[in-house]
Design a protein around this ligand. Structure first.
Ligand code: PGA
Length: 231
C-alpha cells in the first residue's frame, strides 16, 4: 500500500522538520511494508536524509528556472534531491484555475525528468449527481493526453466533494469509480478525500485501491503514524 500525506499549507519549516524526524524515528523502529510519501509546503522542503519515506513537492512550475514569480521549479527541487511531485490536485485546479492543458504540461515536463508523479483527478458534486456515465467521461477527460504507461505514475482519485469535507465517498462509490479508472492503466491507484484512522482500513481493502492520499488526518504526525500502522 502507498500512504501519502498531503500537508497542504500547514506547519512552519521548523514543524515540518520535527514531523519528518518523528516519522523517520517511528518508521526506523517499526518497519512498515507500506510505501510512505510526505508532501510538505514549499517552505518545509529540504534535503531530508530519510530512509523510510519519500518527501515530495505539492507543486512546481514546468521549467528548470526562470521568470515565474512566486513559483518553484526543477532547479530548487533538484537542489533538495526531490524527485516526487503531486500534479493536478483539485485545490490547484479549482482555486488556482489550473487547466487540464497546463497540468498536462507539468506532467510532461516532470515525466521527462523521471519524477515520480502522483497525478490527481476527481469530479465535483454536480458531476457526481449526474451519474456514473458522466463521472466516467469527466475522469477520462482529466486523464486525456497523460501517458498512462509511464512507469513512475501514481493516479490519485479524489472526489472534490469529499476533500476536507469530512464526507468520505462510500465504499461502493469508491469501488465503482476505481474500477472505471483501472480499465485505463495498471499502475498504482490511490483514493483521497477525508481518509482517517476510522475508515482507512475499509478503503484500502477495496479491490483496486493501492493506497490513500491523506490531507487533514495526516496533519499531526502521530495520526499519520497510526494510520501507517493500521494498514
Ligand atoms: P483530506 O484531503 O484528507 O483533508 O480530505 C485530501 C487531499 O486533499 O489530498
Amino acid at each position: 500500500m502507498i500512504l501519502a500525506a498531503n500537508l497542504k499549507v500547514n506547519h512552519t519549516r521548523t514543524e515540518i522538520k520535527e514531523y519528518t524526524k518523528s516519522l523517520e524515528t517511528s518508521l526506523t523502529s517499526k518497519k512498515t511494508k507500506n510505501e510512505v510519501l510526505v508532501f510538505p509546503n514549499i517552505s518545509g522542503l529540504d534535503n531530508y536524509k530519510v530512509n523510510n519515506f519519500t518527501v515530495g513537492a505539492q507543486n512546481a512550475y514546468p521549467t528548470k528556472s526562470g521568470a515565474y514569480t512566486g513559483e518553484i521549479c526543477l532547479e530548487q527541487l533538484e537542489h533538495f534531491d526531490i524527485n516526487t511531485i503531486l500534479i493536478g490536485h483539485s485545490e490547484r485546479r479549482v482555486l488556482l484555475k489550473e487547466s487540464n492543458d497546463f497540468i498536462k504540461q507539468k506532467f510532461e515536463f516532470y515525466k521527462s525528468k523521471g519524477f515520480k508523479i502522483v497525478f490527481c483527478i476527481g469530479e465535483s458534486l454536480d458531476i457526481r449527481e449526474e451519474g456514473i456515465s458522466k463521472i466516467k467521461d469527466f475522469l477520462y477527460s482529466q486523464l486525456d493526453g497523460i501517458d498512462l504507461g509511464y512507469d513512475n505514475l501514481i493516479v490519485a482519485y479524489e472526489p472534490i466533494w469529499s476533500i476536507g469535507s469530512g464526507k468520505t465517498a462510500s465504499v461502493e462509490q469508491i469501488n465503482e469509480t476505481l474500477d472505471i479508472i483501472r480499465t485505463k492503466f495498471s499502475s498504482s491507484l490511490l483514493y483521497g478525500g477525508s481518509v482517517k484512522a476510522t475508515n482507512i482500513k475499509e478503503i484500502t481493502d477495496i479491490k483496486n485501491c493501492d493506497g490513500v492520499l491523506i490531507g487533514g488526518a495526516s496533519n499531526e504526525v502521530k495520526n499519520f503514524i497510526e494510520m501507517i500502522e493500521l494498514i
